[in-house]
Design a protein around this ligand. Structure first.
Ligand code: PHE
Length: 341
């Protein structure tokens, strides 16, 4: 084969292989294969030495043209394929930086939890410490230790969920009073937040479960005046000076004397609504001086010590504090309601 034919064959071989190349990598190796130092084009240059002086300029030019042609084919195709490859990479990694970000909903504390924390904070500020008691307790701690004799009608005041003849769901947090006196000698100054359960009809103002914050203060010379002062202080701190309160005598077997403390219904401002049973007042806590029988059962000498105790309904307080029309909203888990707090 003459050198001119070789040149032609090399050219067509190259063009064949060029057609088959699909990636910029294929092309890089094609370029090395044909145009590399020991490749066929370089070899043609060596062949040139065997040619006559006359042929040389012509053939030399042919080889150089071939070299340039192959090189420019390679460069063009490499550039084209590289840009195609980049395009498809962009398509795969597509991202719209102008899209709005994903919204991460922010959690918040349930209004009952917020109310609990406010109350707890205020009493801690007044020198009380927090003690927790069991939700499931025995008849003794929920009733008997609190001066409810067996079969005493006062037990009917609180419709109880019994688990068996002895265990029950506590109907109030007052069980913690009994636990506290059993394990500590005075001075005792604790609050006991927790959940309580009563087998009652569910309505706008009462539920089968709810929260209370119990409190007990037992020491020498604790008087009824201390109790009143504590609540005047607590309620004015909680509501600001504005709230109107009412202290009225009441009965609980474990206190003597006993009272209930009401606040003006903020919902109807006293005009009467279904939250306050049209009385204009919301009963938020029961309280009183700890009954001597309760102290005795707790091994505390009533001749030496006296104390006061209270139990406060947190949902009742919260409907007033946050101006909520119905106590059932707390347990319906409706986000439109919960997101307002
Ligand atoms: N335990 C009573 C109730 O749930 C409230 C109370 C507590 C009253 C302590 C007096 C003293 O109604």
């Amino acid at each position: 084969m003459s050198l001119a034919d070789l040149i032609g064959k090399l050219r067509s071989d190259f063009l064949e292989e060029l057609k088959a190349a699909v990636s910029s990598k294929d092309l890089e190796s094609l370029k090395v294969k044909y145009l590399g130092k020991k490749g066929p084009v370089a070899n043609l240059m060596l062949e040139l030495k065997g040619c006559t002086q006359d042929e040389r300029p012509h053939l030399g030019k042919l080889i150089n043209d071939l070299k340039e042609e192959l090189a420019s084919h390679c460069e063009n195709s490499i550039a084209r394929l590289k840009s195609e490859e980049l395009q498809s990479q962009f398509a795969r990694e597509w991202l719209d930086a102008t899209l709005p970000g994903r919204k991460r909903p922010l959690g918040r504390l349930h209004p009952v939890t917020q109310m609990l924390q406010k109350v707890i904070d205020l009493f801690i500020g007044m020198g009380f410490s927090v003690q927790y008691g069991p939700d499931v307790d025995t008849d003794y701690y929920n009733f008997e230790g609190l001066n409810f004799p067996p079969d005493h009608p006062a037990r009917d005041m609180q419709d109880t969920f019994y688990l068996n003849h002895n265990f029950l769901l506590r109907t109030h947090t007052s069980n913690v009073q009994v636990h506290a006196m059993e394990s500590h000698q005075p001075p005792i100054r604790i609050i006991a937040p927790g959940r309580c359960f009563r087998n009652e009809n569910i309505s706008a103002r009462s539920h089968v479960f709810f929260h209370q914050v119990e409190g007990v203060y037992i020491d020498q010379n604790v008087t009824f005046a201390d109790l009143l002062a504590t609540f005047q202080e607590f309620l004015s701190k909680l509501f600001g000076e504005k709230v109107e309160t009412r202290f009225r005598p009441s009965y609980f077997p474990f206190v003597e004397p006993g009272l209930e403390i009401d606040v003006r219904c903020t919902r109807c401002k006293g005009a009467g609504c279904r939250i306050c049973k049209h009385s204009g007042w919301l009963e938020i806590l029961g309280a009183g001086m700890v009954h001597p029988n309760v102290l005795r059962k707790g091994n505390i000498d009533p001749e030496v010590y006296s104390g006061y105790a209270w139990g406060m309904g947190i949902e009742r307080l919260a409907i007033n504090f946050f101006d909520i029309p119905d106590i059932r909203m707390f347990t319906e888990n409706d986000l439109r309601f919960l997101e307002q707090f």
